[in-house]
Ligand binder design. Structure first.
Ligand code: UDP
Length: 378
């Protein structure tokens, strides 16, 4: 073995694929029973509808290198992501655009008028000086829209005061003074034509890649454990960075998700793939309806049944699956300490959302893995 990769998500598999293609023998271990990390999907048993087991994954990128790379393993459908949000029992389009603004204010503002209004409502804050999520959001859309669509949703999703969340979290969402309600701004977007798992399996399908599932790096009873491998073979570790160091610098805070899946005897539950629930009174953040991700599969999917998943968000304990780094000021201090520790680990590279404690999208994880391969490992 030339390289041991801990974790088979997009970061780990990209490194594995590149290493294998250049003739290295690679072992990928994952403690779950399947590859792909949180991008894993499978067909729901009764309906055959593809369900993203760990929440909806929408692929989008503006990076030509990443786009060329991912197209080696899958084609993409022409799916374009759009999200709607329910506030006080009324549905509005997201991200916040001229349609949202006019519906909210029961008006017919032009782009110039809407900008002037938001500028006036945002008065107290300036986007470029915004120190946290709340200031940034108010600067971008003004207080009334912030309170309707962002404040309570963010409280449900992060259970953290928006003043303690980084401004970048909200910068993920564009604000538009047109009626364009595409969720993403990227050049390329789509879903893998035959599903995420087929794509992930193709990345791992190489004689130089050995994938061992149900294999926990921290389980000393299995031979490829941490104590037995660090310093003996180069390692790329993509699990939680705090877990690697046994929480020596304290636990970093993560959010986890709980999903409640239901198969319903209706052809169409909500008319769209993702409906957010903006209000504090609704305990879940959003409802996914998976058949809408693949309208091109209409002839394969049942016309009279559907699969929905309600998503709930909460703080992760050590026994939960970490999904999102919370990134409070205290976490950022902890992360710096872990980065110092990581530098001292001989022949161990840390990567991916968990390994770097960064809110990476799929295309960012793949791009970061390609860079790590080219610049440090190759
Ligand atoms: N957000 C919000 N209201 C919404 C959608 C998003 O306040 O209806 C905020 C919220 O703080 C969220 C952030 O925008 O964490 C980023 O949203 P995104 O949809 O990118 O989150 P993801 O899909 O990665 O969970």
């Amino acid at each position: 073995m030339d390289l041991l990769i801990v974790g088979s998500g997009f970061f780990g598999l990209t490194i594995a694929e590149r290493a294998a293609a250049s003739g290295r023998k690679v072992t990928v271990i994952d403690r779950r029973h399947h590859i792909g990390g949180n991008a894993y999907s499978e067909d729901e048993e009764q309906t055959g509808i593809e369900v993203h087991r760990y929440g909806a994954h929408l692929f989008h990128t503006s990076n030509p290198t990443v786009w060329e790379y991912v197209n080696r393993f899958t084609t993409f459908t022409d799916y374009v992501h759009r999200v709607y949000t329910n506030h006080n029992g009324v549905v509005y389009p997201l991200p916040i655009n001229l349609g949202t603004i006019n519906q909210f204010f029961q008006a017919a503002y032009s782009p110039t008028e809407a900008r002037a209004l938001v500028h006036e409502l945002a008065g107290e804050f300036d986007a470029k000086d915004a120190a946290n999520l709340e200031e940034k959001a108010i600067a971008l859309i003004g207080r009334p829209l912030y309170e309707a669509f962002i404040r309570d949703y963010t409280a449900k999703q992060w259970q953290t005061d928006p003043k303690d969340l980084p401004a970048e979290v909200i910068s993920r969402l564009p604000v538009r003074y047109t009626y364009d309600n595409r969720y993403f701004n990227d050049t390329w977007e789509g879903l893998p034509t035959d599903g995420y798992t087929a794509w992930l399996e193709r990345m791992a399908d190489h004689p130089n890649i050995d994938v061992k599932l149900d294999t926990d790096f921290f389980d000393t009873a299995q031979p490829l454990n941490k104590a037995a491998t660090v310093g003996q073979v180069p390692i790329v570790y993509t699990g939680p960075v705090d877990r690697y160091f046994d929480y020596a610098e304290g636990a970093l805070s993560w959010r986890t998700l709980d999903f409640e899946e239901e198969v319903l005897d209706v052809g169409d539950y909500q008319g769209t793939s993702v409906m957010n629930y903006a209000d504090a009174g609704v305990p879940y953040t959003r409802v996914h309806e998976f058949k809408h991700f693949h309208p091109e599969r209409a002839d394969r999917y049942p016309a009279d049944r559907t699969v929905i998943m309600r998503e709930y968000s909460r703080f992760a304990t050590r026994d939960d699956e970490p999904y999102y780094p919370v990134n409070t000021p205290q976490d950022r201090a902890g992360l710096l300490a872990y980065r110092d520790l990581a530098k001292g680990e001989k022949d161990v590279q840390f990567g991916g959302r968990l390994g770097t404690y960064q809110y990476l999208d799929m295309h960012m994880a793949i791009g970061a893995a390609l860079s790590m391969w080219n610049n440090q490992l190759a």
